[in-house]
Design a protein around this ligand. Structure first.
Ligand code: 9MR
Length: 368
């Protein structure tokens, strides 16, 4: 996945671009925010944890949405390796990460650890000349970070290991060099450092009908089988679920993947759900209805499986959402379609059709 270049994002981004569009939306009856059913409660009644990516934006209305609807928050980039220790000389800096625990503690939420390894955000200081030296350096990083937060119940240990073209392990940073031995090492080290936590590997483009998703589903499954054969500690598959109007979702194929993973003893977490609406019509009511339909079909199809224990949005509101702020990078949105509306709440943090669709699907999901 092509990703935004800047790793060090400002702590506050007002995303005003879509506000005009929200004002032009057709008049619909709007429940007051505190009258809406809380998604976290609807999920809990079905045994599903609901959450969102969060970046500590201070807006009170946005924070109220995160607090009310989320049982889990995922730091959107603040926990990635270079944020915590960018180079050998700098000390570990947990000051930003700790703020997530303050927020989560005030709202009875869990913090999901994301992520201990990702090729896209390498820490070069943790690469040694030999595998032994690398294990010492990268292992030290994993032990320090995972060991610091014993309250974390779930970790993405490794993110996005499967290549978009070959559908095999990526050939770059560390995984290319040391392959499954490195993966096994990371998982074992994370298990030792955080024995309380369930450990995941997280990947994208394994939810759609396009050829790339077909290939990646196969690649991810092969990888999971190899990892299980090696006896490495792994508890869950993270299915990111960045959905696209231009890449039709395939809930049945995703269900099959969940089922195969369950056969290997793994839970599945929908870990980064959003809907990139770039090819949908400009009309807002029509677009919102189509986005809602994509959410509903995807979740109804996947939540049929009891191994799906969690749904995390990336994020829950257009007010603060990477599909909006990274649109120049890879959204491919024709300008006439206006600003993206990928989430459950609009830029004013009011619920959209997608919110109500998700609430309905959660209420009807089988208990697990
Ligand atoms: O949304 C995140 C963005 O703010 C960051 O700049 C970027 C790099 O850290 O990561 C984005 O989140 C990605 C997630 O960590 C892994 N899967 C893809 C997500 C969207 O790019």
């Amino acid at each position: 996945m092509m990703l935004p270049g800047s790793l060090f994002r400002p702590t506050r981004r007002r995303l005003l671009a879509g506000a005009g569009a929200a004002l032009c939306a057709p008049a619909v009856w709007r429940a007051r925010a505190d009258e809406l059913p809380a998604l976290r409660d609807l999920g809990a009644a079905r045994g599903i944890e609901i959450g969102s990516a969060f970046s500590l934006d201070p807006d009170p209305k946005y924070r109220a949405v995160i607090a009310r609807h989320c049982a889990v928050i995922t730091p959107e980039w603040q926990m990635k390796p270079p944020q915590i220790k960018p180079d050998a000389a700098s000390p570990y800096d947990f000051s930003t990460v700790d703020k997530f625990f303050d927020f989560a503690g005030r709202h009875s939420q869990k913090v999901h650890g994301h992520t201990l390894f990702w090729f896209h955000v390498p820490i070069d200081w943790a690469v040694g000349d030999t595998f032994e030296e690398t294990k010492k350096l990268y292992g030290g990083f994993i032990r320090t970070v995972a060991g610091r937060y014993p309250q974390i119940e779930t970790w993405d240990v490794l993110n996005e290991l499967i290549d978009d073209d070959s559908f095999r392990l990526r050939t770059g940073y560390l995984v290319g060099q040391y392959g499954y031995d490195f993966i096994d090492f990371c998982l074992r080290t994370a298990r030792e450092a955080a024995p309380q936590a369930r450990l995941a590997i997280n990947d994208y483009w394994i939810e759609c009908a396009a050829q790339v998703c077909v290939g990646k589903r196969g690649g991810v499954l092969d990888m999971l089988k190899t990892i299980k054969e090696m006896g490495s500690p792994l508890d869950a598959l993270g299915i990111q679920s960045h959905l696209y109007s231009r890449m039709p979702v395939d809930p049945d194929a995703t269900y099959d993947l969940i089922n195969e993973a369950a056969g290997l003893g793994l839970e599945s977490w929908i870990s980064e759900l959003d809907v990139n609406d770039s090819t949908l019509p400009a009309d807002i009511a029509e677009r919102d209805a189509l986005v809602a339909d994509i959410y509903a079909r995807y979740l109804a199809g996947t939540l049929r499986h009891p191994a799906v224990k969690r749904v995390i949005f990336w994020g829950i509101s257009d007010y603060y959402n990477w599909v909006l702020y990274d649109k120049d990078h890879w959204d491919q949105r024709p300008p006439e379609t206006g600003d993206a509306r990928p989430a459950l709440f609009d830029t004013a943090n009011e619920p959209k059709a997608a919110f109500h669709a998700v609430a309905r699907v959660l209420a009807a999901a089988p208990y697990r």
